[in-house]
Design a protein around this ligand. Sequence first.
Ligand code: ADP
Ligand code: MG
Length: 695
Amino acid sequence: MTAVSEIFGCNVFNETVMQTRLPKNIFKSLKKTMAEGTELEPEVAEVVASAMKDWAIEKGATHFTHWFQPMTGITAEKHDAFISPTADGKIIMEFSGKELIKGEPDASSFPSGGLRATFEARGYTTWDPTAYAFVKDGTLYIPTAFCSYSGEVLDKKTPLLRSMEAINVQAIRILSQLGKSVTRVTTTVGPEQEYFLVDKEMYKKRKDLILTGRTLFGAKPPKGQELEDHYFGNIRTRVSEYMKDLDEELWKLGILAKTKHNEVAPAQHELAPIFGTTNLATDHNQLTMELMKKVAERHGLVCLLHEKPFAGVNGSGKHNNWSISTNTGENLLEPGKSPRENTQFLLFLAAVIKAVDEYADLLRVAVASAGNDHRLGANEAPPAIVSMFLGDELTHILECIERGEIAEETAKCFMETGVTALPRFAKDTTDRNRTSPFAFTGNKFEFRMLGSAASIAGANIVLNTIVAEELEQFANRLEAVADIQAEVMEIIKETVKNHKRIIFNGNNYSEEWVKEATKRGLHNLKTTVEALPTFAYEKSINLFVKHGIFTKAEVESRCEIMLEGYSKTINIEALTMLDMVKREILPVVLSYSKEIFETLKVKQELGFNMSVEKEQAYATKLSNLTESLMSKIDELDKLVLETKNYSDVLDAAKFYREYIFEAMQTLRVVADELETMIPAEKWPFPTYVDLLFYV
Ligand code: ADP
Ligand code: MG
């Protein structure tokens, strides 16, 4: 086997490659662009393109693609060959600076919300030099941003880069007030990705998995996750072979795949990378999800990324570990060793506290999807109520500051103090709280509400922007006073006083918390449909416009796209359900019923004083359930037709949630009950036992 150090990044046009393949001045100017976001000269692009092409061809590439992240949440690519004809009927391999910098895919078939009506369909992709190009399956992939002809943003990368810029600007202002000279501040992310693996042959027999990514039917198996024997359990050979193969593919692309283990549900697993800058982490998470699926195929498996592939066992999420760091290598959410550093830490912490409290609804929107609705609040993932876990020690320190008792209190508790100073506190004392949606974990925050299938861009756009907003407010205050230290303490104090309602260190899964949260006035946006409209509230629009993340039209169109996406998802699920129940389940149920009725009839005709009581009860139950199933089918059919009456996207989404989704649930209950009565070999598709326990 080749050494990991040799495999790692071998298909990436990274700095080492750039350094050996680019003239010194070109490398320098490209690095400047990467580090500081400065514009790239066309001559530089020309040289970079040529070097990239030569390198890619050596790696077996024949094509290049502008790789982008439209609002579908997945990535898009269109491949062009490097070939260019010559006069003598042959070809040469060409790739110009222009082709590197700009592409022109047709934008009309990507979701654009209301933007499509007002603007031209033409779209542009522009190279993002802050992310590395790479070779995959014979193609050179160039990470790009995607916008419309008139400049409207049509992707998830552009706003993400903008939000990183916003927080950079504001954090530098703060740090400069604190006497630090820092030239760049970036947010960092490490997303932990959960997934399921099922056997490919079983998968192929389930239309619901193929079309919707989740099972729409399935009786509860005799065994679920109650023995807790899967979490961190021994990894089965087939799965372990898959994981090895996956790691290798990820390493080749420079993705720092680090941790792998079995998760709580049977057939569920997790992969966590080492964190990186948010931009790169987002690209890498998209690639990770894509490769998880591709590599599975090679092993006769299918990787399910849906948030809730199976009812009754845990679904899949994605923990978004997030922090802020400087170009000097300092993590701004790392509690410091000296009181001075702790003041800085607490100031940034205060910004996050205030941000999460004031914009909890936006964080909720950022994780909203039809799939994630099955998890949030279902005692397997955080509730739909956003709150923050800080741990007892940190909370105590903040409370002391609020009361103005810093010196005394901290002296009692922590031994080490100064007059206006703060004590040192160790990061490991922050306890784990697995139920919190937004937990401080020592030197970073872990945002745990994200669904497994979604791009992490949305959540990080919101996080970066809301924290940038608070940092801006703080910076304005600090720049206006002479006594910086006193003002910092005042800001922290005020923040604790006004925003402590968002801090909750208890059990987020409990009923009491739901009541308590209501008392505190926190949002409880239970479903996607309830959450999404808040994205286009005036307050949200003002925030995004102010920081240059989205225009008003872009916010509104995104809101529309998300609502439409929700309705479309439920619509596909309902149609798939109807198809399966009418053409697969019902015929089997009817033919089996015939057997039962015939058995009963034969027995009755024979006479002999034999009791037919049990058979009669059994036949009656079967008949009742069948009848019930048929009426549920009629109801769902009727409701699906009614959706045509809703032209407004919000009304439609509400109808899908309140009626279609509910009708699907009740239909499923009857079908699942029937599954428990029909002979195993007659049931038309693999059951939960087949899917969950045979890999
Ligand atoms: P745990 O969840 O058990 O605390 P780790 O400490 O390994 O596990 O962290 C989980 C994830 O958090 C990993 O992907 C890790 O790279 C990431 N992470 C660690 N430090 C940071 C940071 N400063 N910024 C962003 N992510 C981080
Ligand atoms: Mg975690």
